[in-house]
Design a binder for this molecule. Structure first.
Ligand SMILES: [Zn+2]
Length: 372
């Protein structure tokens, strides 16, 4: 979920903590309700509650992250959303049993927090508070305990992409395979989102917000897993463009314009005498240079610099991740052991690879069902 609707707050032990804007919608909504019902004092109380809630959500996510680390999986970032967070693990645990442990580690943290608040600090709340978090009727600690029970309950709903949904997917994955299990779990999640939205429209706007989030997140995750599944098992060298014309660091915009006409390429690697990739010149950058600074402009001045590269033996997964990242790469160079450019991969390339795999999928599925 590292999309444009979220931004980074800080880093903890190699994990960037990001916040999705809908998290602030929830916070603002709770803050506003406190203000209208109790004035500034209630609003301050509400803000403290919100900050504590935020801490609990972060701790929930770090429950997942610590559990994943046990299996040697790092987590580059975690995004906070109204009903919890999404920790983007570097990879999923291979075994469904490990995925279940990782999925349950988050809610377990909320359970521990709620139990500590109630048993050790004597916080009290009644369960009707769980559905009415916006109401400031009990003590702060009571509400934090209630919030943790709410996080626990919501995340255990067997709707993908929540933790309960991940448990369902892990259970399904043993029989269906990861991609189909994700699709089924996502459908269950979306169906549940529709039900939640209908219930929410009858008087609880918070439920509608949650429903919209579940629906979007479920389709996002299903799409991501599908893409990842299609690129899995391929090397960067399988998908790269190998027939291409390159520019030299001495080339000008005029040289590039010639190449643009002679070839079907829309982007040109700029490669130096040692075969090292210096940058990529796009058609758009070329056209705007011709318009503004003229044909004598050196390509070095108008190319995209810092194009990431992967070794030819690198996994296509890694390329996909480079492109998926925030402000992701539009091109990835593929280099041989002596760092010479031997090809490059564009988003269209990946799309073509996926088209080919999709076209072949029915045959593969038939083969799989025959085996089963
Ligand atoms: Zn979780």
């Amino acid at each position: 979920m590292s999309d444009s609707w979220s931004f980074k707050l800080f880093d903890v032990a190699g994990t960037a903590v990001r916040v999705h804007f809908t998290f602030f919608l929830l916070l603002a909504w709770i803050g506003a309700i406190h203000w209208t019902r109790g004035g500034p004092a209630a609003a301050i109380d509400g803000v403290i509650f919100i900050l504590l809630l935020f801490v609990c959500v972060v701790l929930h996510e770090f429950g997942h992250i610590v559990a994943a680390r046990r299996y040697g999986i790092r987590t580059p970032d975690v995004t906070l959303l109204p009903i919890g967070g999404v920790a983007s693990l570097e990879r999923m645990p291979e075994k469904p049993s490990q995925e279940i442990v990782v999925a349950l580690a988050g809610p377990a943290v909320n359970l521990v927090i709620a139990l500590v608040l109630m048993l050790v600090l004597g916080a009290r709340f009644d369960f009707t508070q769980v559905a009415q978090l916006e109401q400031a009727q009990t003590t702060l600690m009571g509400r934090v305990a209630a919030a943790n029970v709410a996080l626990l309950v919501f995340n255990l709903i067997p709707a993908f992409p929540m933790d309960g949904g991940r448990v369902v997917r892990a259970l399904l994955a043993t029989g269906l395979g990861y991609t189909r299990a994700t699709r089924v779990a996502a459908s269950i999640g979306q169906g549940l989102a529709v039900v939640l939205a209908i219930v929410g429209l009858m008087g609880n706007p918070l439920l509608v917000l949650i429903a919209v989030f579940i629906f979007l997140a479920a389709s996002g995750e299903a799409g991501y897993v599908q893409m990842r599944d299609y690129t899995r098992g391929y090397l960067a060298s399988h998908a790269m463009i190998t027939k291409f014309e390159a520019l030299s660091p001495l080339s000008t915009a005029d040289d590039a314009a010639q190449l643009l006409l002679r070839t079907t390429q829309q982007e040109f690697p700029v490669v130096d005498g040692a075969g090292t990739l210096r940058g990529m010149l796009t058609r758009d950058a070329l056209v705007s240079a011709l318009r503004s600074t003229g044909g004598a402009t050196p390509v070095l001045d108008i190319m995209t610099r810092d194009v990431p590269t992967v070794p030819e033996s690198g996994c296509l997964d890694a390329v996909f991740k480079l492109m998926q990242q925030r402000g992701g790469a539009r091109f990835v160079g593929v280099v041989d052991p002596s760092n010479r450019l031997i090809g490059y991969i564009t988003a269209e390339n990946l799309a073509e690879l996926i088209m080919i795999r999709q076209a072949r999928e029915p045959a593969q599925q038939q083969a799989a069902s025959t085996r089963a």
